[in-house]
Design a protein around this ligand. Structure first.
Ligand SMILES: [Zn+2]
Length: 287
């Protein structure tokens, strides 16, 4: 009994040592890794981090005021720099504070500069890659003939295609943001309750504010203009899924246009088709 007890104690020590090492590798000041998960096949690494014990000063993201008490906590997942071949995401435990001036606000964390799902240094690395004119020229060459990749849902891509797309994203951060926004919008069609759907749409539109993606902003406006049709769809689901239909439309669009040189223009056309068709399908179903 005693032996078993001390043995598990050694295992605990080993376990915590591993997390200490991960904390060093990650190197987020003031944060420690308390759990990690490695998927060798998918080549992914996931690290769960929370504040180190002495690190208790919370800063209101609204006004910068220092606060000592947390209102509540939640988790946020962001992409960080890759660790060797492993695509790395960090799940960070964040606090909300009750600020006397701003009300309940998320704390400010230096590693997370924006609402985008990326860490500061990941954004910086991508930004640097995009700054070089030579790289940008390469990116333009790359992007040729890759439009269809951008229009395929991530889950439907094989590893090779995913890698291609990742290379493209590494070179062009705006394309990546647009893609991630497109992917997250897919979730909109899963909602059955109007309230929940509206809330999701609102948060999706909120994300746009930080991205400076004009075509996406236009899409948001179009979605809002067709809100009634979209909410109808929420009540009466089409079995096949509108997303597939929309994807088909986009593919047809690409065939017809024999590929578009200008990504913005393509997105614009796709979104127009998407919104009008969605409303049409939902309307058809309702009548
Ligand atoms: Zn405040």
């Amino acid at each position: 009994m005693e032996w078993a007890f001390s043995f598990s104690g050694i295992l605990d020590t080993l376990g915590s040592m591993a997390e200490t090492d991960w904390s060093k590798v990650l190197g987020w000041p003031g944060y420690r890794v308390y759990r990690h998960e490695i998927n060798e096949q998918a080549k992914t690494l996931k690290l769960w981090v929370r504040r180190k014990r002495g690190n208790r000063k919370l800063i209101c993201s609204g006004c910068g005021r220092k606060l000592s008490d947390a209102y509540d906590s939640y988790e946020r997942e962001v992409r960080d720099l890759s660790c060797f071949e492993f695509r790395t995401t960090v799940v960070i435990e964040l606090y909300r504070v009750r600020c006397p001036d701003c009300g309940v606000k998320t704390e400010k964390v230096p590693q997370l500069p924006s609402k985008a799902p990326f860490s500061k240094r990941f954004e910086e690395a991508v930004g640097l890659a995009c700054e070089s004119a030579a790289v940008r020229r390469v990116a333009r060459e790359l992007i040729k003939g890759k439009h269809w990749l951008l229009l395929t849902r991530w889950v439907h891509l094989n590893t090779h295609k995913k890698r291609q797309l990742n290379q493209l994203f590494a070179l062009n951060r705006r394309v990546m943001k647009a893609y991630l926004l497109k992917e997250s919008l897919d979730r909109l069609w899963n909602y059955t309750y109007e309230g929940a759907m509206l809330r999701y749409l609102q948060s999706w539109i909120d994300q746009l504010r930080w991205q400076r993606l004009k075509p996406m902003e236009k899409l948001a406006r179009t979605l809002l203009n067709h809100l009634e049709g979209i909410l109808n769809y929420c009540k009466t689901k089409v079995p096949m899924g509108v997303v597939e239909a929309v994807n088909g439309n986009i593919k047809a669009l690409l065939r017809r246009g024999r590929g578009y040189r200008d990504l913005n223009y393509l997105l614009l056309k796709a979104q127009r088709l998407a919104a009008t068709k969605t409303e049409f399908v939902a309307f058809q179903k309702a009548t």
